[in-house]
Ligand binder design. Structure first.
Ligand code: PEP
Ligand code: MG
Length: 326
């Protein structure tokens, strides 16, 4: 089995009927990038940059971040997509140096883009670093926890401001760098069609999307049944987001845990997901599975699964109809 998977290292991620997808990795550091590449990842769908900020006494400087982003870009080469998510501090990820007031509900609090839009000093340092590094690879910028169009537009405006500054300074960067958003708050999923006309891409963050859809803390072990991305309510939101992106000709990926789950992959392929970003250890297994599936058959499967009433029913249905997941 292990040898079979190893043989897929350089193989294409393509369905039986010729639909290509990208299988990328979620990483938290340049060292993770090396490991992900060695495990067959075609790119990075989520660089969780908050790890550059955590467990230290000072904030990472622009140059230090630039080095980290260039390193990841170089690991994957000039063409492979590398999605850099701006820092997602808050929620479960604390950052003592910012000295933020303690909150009763950190997952519903001052976190991620909400901090970045309030602290342009931090945000611009990070964006300048990403832009400078974009001269060395196919880097993309992604904003976490976007809930409103106004937040997206404000974040995009700061990118434009950083570009203007770098241009004036004569510093090289990719003028055409793509900017996208995570869809991980139901408010954004519901208005996905409006976002789709403005962004370059979506990446669906099912970990938070599920938690916020069910008002169920993702860290609470008593709530694991609700924190299940195969809940029909979540599947319906995912369908909506993928349709909205594709209607506007924008690409759509997923970087939540769901993207690498065997029961979910056939459904996501059927719904038209184009990029699957997961723990690097799941990439070869996902590639093996996708190569055995027919996308048009999975589209039919997904349509039927959306009519079912529980995650259990959906799992049983996928197992019955797609024996290849075993
Ligand atoms: C998510 O919410 O699904 C996601 C990928 O981001 P994180 O797990 O870092 O919150
Ligand atoms: Mg998240």
């Amino acid at each position: 089995k292990r040898q079979e998977l190893q043989a897929l290292m350089g193989a294409e991620s393509v369905s039986l009927d010729g639909v290509h997808v990208e299988l990328a990795a979620n990483i938290g550091s340049p060292a993770d990038a090396e490991a992900a590449k060695a495990k067959g990842a075609e790119g990075v769908g989520l660089f969780r940059t908050e790890f550059l900020y955590m467990g230290r006494d000072t904030l990472p400087s622009e140059d230090e971040q630039y080095e980290a982003y260039v390193s990841v870009a170089k690991t994957f080469g000039p063409n492979a997509p590398v999605v850099i998510r701006t820092m997602d501090i808050g929620g479960d990820k604390e950052l003592p140096i910012l000295d933020l007031p303690k909150e009763d509900n950190p997952f519903l609090g001052y976190r991620a883009i909400r901090i970045s839009l309030d602290r342009h000093d931090l945000f611009k340092t990070q964006l300048r670093a990403v832009l400078r590094a974009s001269a060395y690879g196919n880097l993309k910028v992604m904003f976490p926890m976007i809930a409103t169009l106004a937040e997206w537009r404000a974040a995009k405006a700061v990118v434009e401001q950083c570009k203007d500054e770098l241009r004036a300074e004569g510093v090289a960067f990719n003028e055409a760098i793509e900017c996208g958003i995570m869809i991980e708050i139901p408010a954004a999923a519901l208005l996905a069609d409006r976002f789709a006309s403005e962004v370059d891409f979506f990446s669906i963050g099912t970990n938070d999307l599920t938690q916020y859809t069910f008002a169920a803390d993702r860290m609470n072990e008593k709530l694991t049944a609700l924190n299940d991305p195969l809940q029909p309510a979540v599947l319906h939101l995912i369908e909506r987001v993928i349709k909205a992106a594709r209607a506007e000709g924008k690409w759509v990926g997923m970087c939540g845990e769901m993207a690498g789950q065997p029961h979910a992959v056939p459904l996501l392929l059927g719904l038209g997901l184009q990029e699957f970003s997961m723990s690097a250890g799941s990439v070869l297994q996902a590639r093996a599975l996708i190569r055995k599936l027919d996308q048009s058959r999975m589209a039919q499967l997904a349509a039927e699964a959306l009519e079912l009433e529980s995650p259990e029913a959906i799992r049983a249905f996928v197992e019955e109809r797609v024996p290849e997941i075993r």
